[in-house]
Design a protein around this ligand. Structure first.
Ligand SMILES: C[S@@+](CC[C@H](N)C(=O)[O-])C[C@H]1O[C@@H](n2cnc3c(N)ncnc32)[C@H](O)[C@@H]1O
Length: 228
């Protein structure tokens, strides 16, 4: 059954069902020879599936208490710390990076720096799998016109909300940080290309595990698949 597990550091909820992007990451893990990185791994759903598929996985999370709940597994390396600045890997050392429902917690400059690091860490042919929240979610309805006018004006990070309470009255607002960075396909595509990655696909969609209370118009989520 689909259930959401609240994070312990008020960074939203972790899913107990792989979303479409995480599933592609796991499928890619059947082909890898170098380790892979799961950023914002939380309780390890995608990390454990990637290990099951044959990969050695670095599971990163800001909250060590989340990582401590992942059952120990061979080929699982826990890496507590804040992406991007606490993570360091040699150039060309990873075959895949997975970031599901974590990039919307980064500021624009953090995201730009993080994508540059990912481009450095990935081996040639290595892949990046991203899933993130967009402004087209019911609780942020009031922000959509602001986002759209910023985007039309060419603002670099149009989805940055300094104070979520200014736009949303969602009853569970306390479970997300007071600032958030809602992303879209175009912003992610530009940021990934600027970092030197080749974008294979960037879309707007509704992930299969999205709670009904967030439903708006089918564009609630964004995905990015990119390659070095
Ligand atoms: C909404 S949960 C997503 C969990 C899982 N990846 C999923 O898709 O269900 C976000 C996770 O990212 C972690 N997180 C937030 N900001 C982070 C950062 N800058 N670096 C590493 N982890 C971060 C949180 O601690 C939390 O466990």
């Amino acid at each position: 059954m689909h259930r959401r597990l609240p994070t312990q550091n008020r960074t939203g909820w972790a899913s107990n069902q792989l979303n479409e992007v995480s599933e592609l990451f796991v499928a890619h893990c059947r082909l890898v020879t170098r380790p892979v990185l799961d950023i914002g791994a939380a309780f390890g759903l995608a990390s454990l599936a990637a290990i099951e598929a044959g990969a050695t996985v670095y599971a990163n999370d800001l909250d060590p208490a989340h990582l401590a709940q992942i059952p120990p597994a061979e080929n699982l390396i826990l890496l507590p710390g804040r992406f991007p600045h606490d993570l360091h890997f040699p150039e060309n050392s990873l075959d895949a990076v997975h970031a599901s429902n974590i990039f919307h917690f980064l500021t624009g400059p953090q995201l730009a720096r993080g994508l540059k690091s990912i481009a450095h860490w990935l081996a040639p042919g290595g892949k990046l799998f991203v899933q993130a929240a967009t402004p087209w979610q019911k609780p942020f309805e009031a922000f959509i016109p602001v986002f759209e006018s910023r985007r039309a004006a060419g603002v670099e990070w149009p989805g940055w909300i300094e104070k979520t309470a200014d736009y949303s009255t969602h009853r569970k607002l306390g479970q997300i940080p007071s600032s958030i960075h809602l992303l879209d396909d175009k912003t992610l595509l530009t940021a990934a290309e600027t970092a030197g990655l080749t974008v294979e696909e960037s879309t707007l969609y509704r992930r299969r595990d999205l709670p009904r209370s967030l439903f708006h118009d089918g564009r609630e989520c964004t995905s990015l698949l990119a390659k070095k």
